[in-house]
Design a protein around this ligand. Structure first.
Ligand SMILES: [Ca+2]
Length: 244
């Protein structure tokens, strides 16, 4: 545990991944100045100040709550509503936690800032059905989730040792993925034939409004803000079931 570090400016190549262009910016980087002498670190229950790599006490806390409203089927309709809020803050989380004590850069955007957060703090769900005239069942499922926070990283941070250092270059949550809305609706109608025969016809439409096609972006290297995931566009599903 005899590593000696000096805080220097790392030069991040920015979203284009190329040094020397207008989107470059600097990031704080702990530079190991005695590389030859430095042994492997082994820390148990690491604490702030225990070594030159421990800039803060590890901490994390999670909070959340959920509110639910249910209306059971009566007078031909039913409804379920829920709102969930949950958030984690702190300076450690896998995989960072397992590497604490090896490199003070693990704390670069976490120490004393408590900006680390993970998850989708706002999650709203709705589900219900109404029996329309002619006994046609109309059902719907919808949800809204606020965008997942990201830790922007770059492979191209130029430091005194290398032009290709990989590290987190922005605080967690400074960049977020798009919010997501999902909705699915269906209609269902049954026809009875005699006492024990029934035909049920169903039509289901997912994402009828083509909402929020982009669900996740990249936040590292030269893939910065390029699309990582999209979700399925509007699609229809027609089916029939015959009971006998
Ligand atoms: Ca650049």
């Amino acid at each position: 545990m005899n590593g000696k570090y000096e805080l220097v400016d790392g030069e991040c190549a920015g979203p284009d991944g190329i040094h020397g262009t207008s989107d470059d910016f600097t990031v704080p980087y702990w530079y190991l100045t005695n590389l030859q002498d430095d042994p492997e670190y082994l820390l148990t229950n690491p604490k702030k100040g225990q070594s030159s790599t421990m800039l803060d006490d590890p901490n994390r806390s999670s909070k959340g709550f959920e509110i639910i409203f249910k209306k059971t089927m009566a007078k031909r309709w039913q409804l379920f509503l829920s709102y969930t809020y949950g958030i984690s803050r702190g300076n450690t989380q896998y995989p960072l936690f397992v590497t604490l004590g090896t490199d003070p850069n693990k704390f670069t955007f976490a120490a004393n800032q408590k900006l680390y957060c993970w998850g989708e703090p706002h999650h709203l769900r709705i589900q219900g059905s109404v029996i329309l005239p002619l006994d046609i069942n109309f059902g719907f499922i919808g949800s809204y989730m606020s965008g997942l926070p990201e830790a922007a990283s770059s492979f191209n941070v130029k430091t005194p040792r290398s032009p290709y250092t990989f590290m987190q270059v922005k605080p967690y949550g400074e960049h977020k993925n798009p919010d997501r809305k999902d909705i699915s609706i269906n209609l269902e109608k049954s026809f009875n034939f005699g006492q024990r025969k029934m035909l049920t016809v169903m039509i289901n439409v997912d994402n009828p409004f083509n909402w929020d096609t982009v669900s996740r972006l990249y936040y590292y290297g030269d893939l910065w803000k390029k699309i990582q995931n999209i979700k399925a566009p509007r699609n229809y599903h027609l089916s029939a079931r015959f009971w006998f």
